[in-house]
Design a protein around this ligand. Structure first.
Ligand code: CTP
Ligand code: MG
Length: 226
């Protein structure tokens, strides 16, 4: 049984407002991407890691992965969905049983979360790490609040989103023209039942510069803890 981690790192990180894409920003001397990759490389249940990147021969990428044993990088597309699809297509010859699709921008994915996902894959073709919502939720029409949503019926989705390889590849091919929010949305659309595991607050996605500060603070705190 082969399980491959597919890490998508072909985004531009527009919302940070920085010149360097966020996956290449260094957090305490190590890039966000390298942190994400190392989490999967270190897990005994993961056989290979493949990274989807923005451009060929990227010096950022070469620096970030120097010395790591990875599958060859794949060039992504204009949307996350296209990037994932390119990644999946590149893995066909390896015929993995499972693929764990992870945002490079979530560098704090833990060994325990990866284990929970792999365990759940034994009985489910699609696995989504989720967290309950803590804020109260409102619907909004762009100008004013139009109502309240039931928090008990809503969860926040994280990655790695994990799948049996053949069904998720088929779903990506079937819905290639549509822009869906994430891979489990595609799975759901293809009729694949999505199972849930508990996510982690530390596994947040770096989106803004505040998130970069938060990531730096987390590392500093952990360093002083030990
Ligand atoms: N991603 C990708 N290919 C794209 C767009 C996004 O591989 N065309 C990746 C990003 O590199 C990131 C993950 O998908 O690791 C989640 O996307 P997001 O947080 O939206 O990152 P960016 O698209 O880079 O950021 P922004 O939307 O602010 O530009
Ligand atoms: Mg984006």
């Amino acid at each position: 049984m082969t399980s491959i981690a597919l890490i998508v790192a072909a985004g531009k990180g527009i919302r940070t407002g920085l010149d360097t894409p966020k996956q290449y920003i260094e957090i305490a001397g190590k890039s966000v991407l390298r942190r994400s990759i190392e989490a999967f490389l270190a897990h005994p249940g993961i056989d290979n890691v493949c990274v989807v990147i923005g451009e060929k021969g990227s010096p950022h990428y070469n620096d970030a992965v120097s010395g790591l044993d990875l599958l060859p990088p794949v060039i992504g597309g204009a949307t996350r969905q296209e990037s994932v699809r390119n990644g999946l297509e590149s893995l066909i010859d390896l015929a993995p049983e499972f693929v764990l699709i992870h945002d490079a921008a979530r560098p704090f994915v833990s060994e325990a979360l990866i284990s929970r996902c792999l365990e759940k894959l034994a009985t489910s073709d699609a696995v989504l790490p989720c967290l309950p919502m803590t804020d109260s939720l409102k619907s909004f029409d762009g100008e004013r609040i139009t109502g309240a949503l039931n928090r008990d019926k809503i969860v926040a989705a994280q990655t790695p989103q994990c799948f049996a390889f053949n069904p998720i590849l088929a779903a990506h091919r079937a819905f290639a023209g549509e822009n869906m929010t994430d891979d489990t949305a595609l799975a759901d659309r293809a009729g694949i039942e999505v199972a849930m595991v508990t996510g982690e607050t530390e596994n947040f996605k770096i989106t803004t510069v505040d998130d970069i500060d938060r990531a730096r603070a987390m590392i500093t705190r952990n360093l002083t803890d030990v």
